[in-house]
Design a binder for this molecule. Structure first.
Ligand code: ATP
Ligand code: MG
Ligand code: MG
Length: 345
């Protein structure tokens, strides 16, 4: 038993809380939302911003270990907590993963290969970066982006000024990768360095939002997964990482190109809830609580489909092998992840 503190109130926190409860832990959510979807399944909630030291201190006193489900939480408060109670993954992972420039530079130090990139902080710097990287290219804000928000595609040099107007701040220019497939690597690493690796899902995005994750992935992905998994393990080792780590890749004719990492459980791992012997959520809880990790093996052919905006979900109730998850978010806005369906065959 014991209480696990979770920073962030989204669906990832909700699914972590369910997995924690199954193993006999209480969860305490710290999130700014009035009624977060994580709080619906957690044992208790503190609604607060992360910078309130009185609240943070109270939170630390109520928890035995702290984790996060959201990588854009400010590092300062997380370091403050880590000085008082165990925080996993350690704040160093958060610091790297929430800054695209720090992330790419770090990944290169452990032998990873991101898309060609350049840090950009002015329109002049963007022009210089485009001269080096060429078009098409993508300009991404350094921080706080998700689901493709804070990104501008630059097809020709003539579109640079508009892209700068859209982004207009610290950002990174990336060469556009002509990939065959996208996939991700999910690993869980324990206190003792023991690591389990999930089968790599093949991920399909529409308008920069994940639509489906499928296991097993096509052969072109599987031949690149070993190199990508080795990189994910080096990243985790270098960071002294404890918990689930997700790394996104492009499968190209030149091998795997690193896109980005998430220091947390990941949407492309939702298939593991019914599709693997031990889910990513359970293995994250096991890892941060110092328990042995569970078997990550897939239980069959698995497809996870996100329910986005007003996607219909009723048919999943009668579809053979389908498992429906609704996040209890209320209003279905376009582009909002409302739930997912996993089919195991
Ligand atoms: P999330 O964190 O929700 O996965 P994000 O906002 O951090 O999304 P990215 O992963 O950087 O966004 O990009 C979203 C999608 O856009 C990618 O999954 C990929 O389909 C496409 N994309 C991003 N960068 C590139 C690139 N350099 N070349 C080609 N496609 C890209
Ligand atoms: Mg991202
Ligand atoms: Mg991404």
């Amino acid at each position: 038993g014991g209480t696990i503190g979770i920073l962030g109130g989204g669906q990832l926190g909700r699914m972590l809380a369910v997995a924690a409860a199954q193993l006999g832990y209480r969860t305490h959510i710290l999130a700014p939302e009035r009624d977060s979807v994580a709080a619906q399944t957690a044992s208790s909630l503190t609604r607060a911003d992360y910078h309130n030291r009185i609240v943070l201190n109270d939170f630390a006193e109520q928890c035995d270990v702290v984790t996060y489900e959201f990588e854009n939480v400010a590092v300062g408060p997380v370091e403050w907590l880590a000085a008082r109670i165990p925080v996993h993954p350690a704040p160093a992972a958060l610091r790297v993963a929430q800054d695209r420039i720090a992330e790419k530079a770090f990944v290169e130090t452990v032998g990873g290969r991101p898309a060609p990139w350049a840090a950009v902080d002015s329109e002049h710097a963007l022009t210089a970066a485009l001269a080096r990287i060429g078009t098409p290219a993508i300009l991404k804000t350094t921080r706080m982006g998700y689901d493709g928000k804070g990104q501008a595609l630059i097809r020709t040099i003539g579109e640079a000024a508009d892209a700068w107007t859209t982004i207009g701040g610290p950002s990174v220019l990336e060469g556009f990768i002509r990939f065959e497939h996208e996939f991700s690597i999910l690993i869980a690493r324990g206190h003792d360095g023991a690591t389990v690796r999930y089968d790599p899902p093949h991920n399909v995005h529409h308008a920069s939002i994940l639509r489906t994750s499928t296991v097993p992935a096509p052969a072109e992905v599987l031949t690149q997964a070993e190199e990508a998994t080795a990189l994910a393990c080096r990243i985790a080792e270098k960071l002294g990482y404890v918990g689930v780590l997700a790394c996104e890749f492009f499968a190209t004719s030149d091998g795997p190109v690193f896109n980005e990492m998430a220091p947390r459980v990941h949407n492309s791992g939702h298939w593991t809830i019914e599709g693997a012997e031990t889910s990513q959520f359970e293995n994250h809880i096991r890892a941060i609580c110092g328990l042995p990790l569970g078997d990550p093996s897939a239980r069959g052919v698995v497809e996870m489909r996100n329910l986005i905006g007003d996607d219909p979900w009723q048919a999943a109730l009668t579809e053979p092998g389908a498992h429906l998850h609704l996040y209890g978010k209320g209003e279905a806005r376009p582009g909002r992840k409302m739930g997912h369906v996993t089919v195991v065959r």
